[in-house]
Design a binder for this molecule. Structure first.
Ligand code: MTE
Length: 318
């Protein structure tokens, strides 16, 4: 099984046009259908600070991951447009303006356009996707995202055969983003990229929710990329533009420090960061005395994604 999901919910099952006026309602309506369906993992039901509490236990796969408590995920964030420390970025991100939100999709495609997020959601199948998330700083968590396949969105604009890479650009709101205003550290706006085959892989996700609700602003609302086999910095938040390109884009972190943050950034315990080992990771919420987790190649998703890199020496293509 490639994608961990309780049940695929075709957006056509929630067709009330009023519902689509509000993002939260779309996601909630989808989740209501899920709960009525196959049931939810007990780990989610145990998290009693969210709407997941008291949900029926259901039929789930034995290797289902235990999600990190929502409060930890929400309060330990990297959002450099706002601040360089995890608490201030969480607080300041509440100022982000996310409504209305549209995404431009352009470049090497047959049908470029600017699309309201609600219109995108109407066309996509929302799923719950519970993935490991491994930061390059050597901490990790498990997040129950709500999202849809990036590849399915790209197919709607019909990529041309010349489209070899995908560039993602985050929002530019310097009036409320202090680090953009001060031109601090990275070139703004934040940019990330994938090869087209990576982008079309079924694990590559655009997340709009988490723990059964819309995404918290500090975690990337209203739309962020999730590529679970890559380090966290590839998972760009607050996406406003997706461009299909002939050539690799210049991405924010590899431009800032190319020896430390490569374009590929596949999780790899055998390739150390120049300043620390990537061999193991601290799992958020696991307790002070808990042993560190052994980091896995491709963050444990090798079975699904290793074939994308079969002709590459992963020690050199960081
Ligand atoms: N996206 C934007 N726009 N700005 C950022 O600073 N930080 C990245 C990534 N996406 C970042 C971003 C980094 S370094 C990490 S580790 C993850 O987001 C953190 O995601 P989280 O805050 O939801 O845990």
């Amino acid at each position: 099984m490639i994608i961990r999901t309780t049940k695929d919910i075709p957006a056509s099952e929630i067709t009330d046009p009023l519902v689509f006026r509000e993002r939260r309602k779309i996601i909630k309506a989808m989740l209501a259908t899920m709960v009525a369906g196959t049931g939810i993992a007990p780990a989610l039901a145990d998290n009693n600070n969210s709407a997941w509490a008291n949900l029926p236990k259901g039929d789930f796969s034995a290797d289902l991951l235990t999600p990190t408590p929502a409060e930890l995920i929400k309060n330990y964030t990297n959002y450099y447009e706002f601040a360089f420390n995890k608490q201030d970025s969480t607080k300041l991100a509440q100022n982000l303006r996310t409504d209305p939100w549209s995404v431009e999709i352009s470049g090497e495609v047959e049908n470029p356009g600017i699309f309201y997020l609600e219109d995108i959601l109407r066309q996509q199948v929302l799923q719950e996707r519970i993935y490991r998330f491994r930061c390059v700083e050597a901490w990790s968590m498990v997040v129950p995202w709500v999202g849809f396949s990036l590849g399915n969105l790209l197919k709607t604009v019909k990529p041309l055969s010349t489209a070899k890479f995908v560039k993602f650009t985050a929002v530019h709101q310097p009036d409320i983003m202090p680090r953009q205003r001060n031109n601090a550290m990275l070139e703004w706006p934040y940019v990330e990229g994938l090869r087209i085959d990576e982008a079309m892989h079924p694990l590559a996700t655009l997340a709009v929710g988490m723990y059964g609700d819309i995404l918290p602003k500090q975690n990337g609302a209203p739309l962020r990329l999730i590529v679970p086999w890559k380090y966290g910095f590839k998972n760009i938040k607050a996406i406003v533009k997706i461009e299909l390109l002939k050539r690799p884009p210049i991405t924010s972190w590899s431009q800032f420090a190319p020896k430390e943050y490569g374009f590929y950034a596949n999780v790899n315990p055998a390739v150390s960061h120049p300043r620390w080992s990537q061999n193991s990771e601290r799992q958020l919420g696991s307790g002070f005395f808990s042993p560190r987790r052994q980091t896995e190649l491709f963050n444990g998703y090798g079975e699904q994604v290793a074939s994308l890199y079969s002709d590459m020496d992963l020690r050199h293509f960081f």
